[in-house]
Write a protein that binds this ligand. Structure first.
Ligand code: FES
Length: 153
């Protein structure tokens, strides 16, 4: 059934007209034009679709958007400063050329953003643990870890 609901994304409230079981990822990409979060597996296994919910990582591919009213969703686009300046993580991932195919990178950055919010100076082991469940098929993990370390400096 169609039931409009309010969704707060990157600090802005949107009224969304979508089936109540529509995953957040689809609403972000198809309704709001926010393409940072990527569709990988669709079943919560790969992390390509990671966004933040009240600062914590959330896999947006299988959580209904209609269940997230009242919670603050942040996407990759929302990490930038209002004047467009890249978030330190975004800049560090570019500087370290952390992406190869880069499909996993938005999810990696969002998972890393959640980590740095909790622990501004994580150890390498803490970074690896935090990103362990975000899959990268290119084998870019070492550069990705370096990028997070650089952003934390
Ligand atoms: Fe959501 Fe893979 S697309 S976890």
């Amino acid at each position: 059934s169609l039931m409009p609901f309010t969704l707060t994304v990157n600090g802005k409230a949107h009224v969304i007209d979508a089936e109540e079981d529509t995953p957040l990822l689809y609403v972000l990409r198809d309704e709001l034009g926010l393409n940072g979060a990527k569709y990988g597996c669709g079943v919560g296994q790969c992390g390509a679709c990671t966004v933040l919910r009240d600062g914590a990582p959330l896999r947006s591919c299988f959580v209904p958007a209609s269940s997230l009213g009242g919670q603050a969703i942040t996407t990759l686009e929302g990490l930038r400063a209002p004047n467009g300046t890249l978030h330190p993580l975004q800049q560090a991932f570019l500087s370290e050329q952390a992406g190869q195919c880069a499909y996993c990178i938005p999810g990696m950055i969002m998972a890393a953003a959640a980590l740095l919010r909790e622990k501004p100076r994580p150890t390498e082991a803490e970074i690896r643990t935090a990103l362990d469940a975000n899959l990268c098929r290119c084998g870019s993990h070492n550069r990705i870890v370096r990028a997070v370390q650089r952003a934390a400096e």
